[in-house]
Design a protein around this ligand. Structure first.
Ligand code: FPP
Length: 321
């Protein structure tokens, strides 16, 4: 049952301390108390029967369902961001404050991500892009990198049925060639199996760098020019956008809202091309502490913004281009 679905990845701080990074090699030990605190949160897109308006996710059903979406009071459906990007920052500090290793912070952060997906599905947000692992993160201690890779792999693998049931389409962006073979395989399988889903696109940036993505797009375009498939004068913004990894979010490839947690005020090489007109929101909470209340606050802040896209205010609708 979705409503009773438990947190599906059982990598724990103690397993990491004991050098266990393979989830197959141990049996669901109890989560550290601090992590267990929020264990009642359900799966990727789980909500109770009472507030679940959606049974199937074909386009018609989805539009019907959107009419019955119950948003938190005061939020306006028509002014919700279609695409929200998250820089999930502060896992390490959250863990350090509890004298836990960084892995415990990532594990707790994974639960926050589950909640964000759940709420986004429920409220009708169409695309989430989350920064799970940057190219720079490869330079972290091996134990932490191994933990994160195993967490990603297990999370992707264990939630396939939920993604399918909830109409979530998965797209992994970033330099997948650097990932362990097993992660590459599960990523490819997940993208293939969920490709017809249309309720929510979940773009997971792993081994991702915004600059590298722009460079690889330039290379692809140059190659086409070299092969005579394309003329230099045909190169425009939409062509560049098509070659970026985020083009997998075909309908809404550019985030309307970026939320970065933990009080840091940087983009950190995330979605550099795509965020030209994104509204930026910086939350003080560490990512594991970012909950429904904080998400709603961010959405209210977004709805108070006047997005002008370089135009005069009266020529465009609020929050819409
Ligand atoms: C940044 O916090 C966070 C990360 C490098 C990893 C984020 C990954 C998750 C939340 C798990 C996601 C899981 C899936 C399945 C996508 P930090 O460690 O840099 O925090 P700090 O700045 O406090 O040290």
């Amino acid at each position: 049952m979705l409503g009773t679905m438990q947190f599906r990845t059982h990598l724990t701080a103690s397993s990491l301390r004991n050098g266990i990074t393979n989830p197959a090699s141990f049996r669901a030990p109890p989560l550290p108390a601090i992590v267990r605190k929020s264990k009642s949160r359900s799966g990727w897109a789980a909500f109770s029967a009472a507030d679940a308006p959606i049974a199937t996710f074909g386009r018609e059903e989805r539009d019907d369902a959107r009419d019955s979406i119950s948003l938190p009071p005061g939020l306006r459906q028509e002014a919700l961001p279609k695409h929200v990007a998250f820089i999930m920052d502060g896992n390490g500090r959250w863990a350090a404050e509890r004298e836990l290793p960084p892995s415990a912070g990532h594990q707790a952060g994974y639960k926050t991500l589950q909640l964000m997906v759940e709420l986004s599905v429920k409220w009708g947000i169409r695309v989430l892009t989350v920064f799970a692992f940057s190219t720079e993160n490869w330079l972290r201690p091996k134990l932490e990198v191994d933990f994160l890779m195993t967490l990603l792999e297990t999370a992707l693998k264990d939630n396939l049925q939920d993604f399918l049931r909830e109409g979530i389409r998965i797209c992994i962006i970033g330099d997948s060639s650097k990932l362990p073979k097993s992660v590459q395989e599960i990523a490819a399988k997940l993208e293939e199996s969920t490709s017809n889903n249309s309720k929510l696109d979940l773009l997971v940036a792993i081994s991702y760098s915004g600059r590298t993505d722009i460079v690889q797009a330039c290379k692809k375009i140059s190659q086409k020019v070299k092969n005579g498939v394309l003329k230099v004068e045909d190169i425009d913004e939409s062509l560049v956008a098509q070659e970026l990894e985020t083009s997998c979010a075909a309908l809404y490839p550019y985030p309307d809202l970026l939320i970065r947690t933990s009080g840091e005020l940087r983009l950190s090489n995330f979605l550099l091309w795509e965020m030209a007109y994104t509204e930026l929101y910086f939350a003080q909470s560490y990512w594991p502490d970012f909950g429904e209340k904080e998400f709603v606050e961010a959405l209210f802040a977004f709805q108070r913004r006047q997005r002008r896209f370089g135009l005069r205010r009266q020529t465009i609708g609020v929050n819409q281009p």
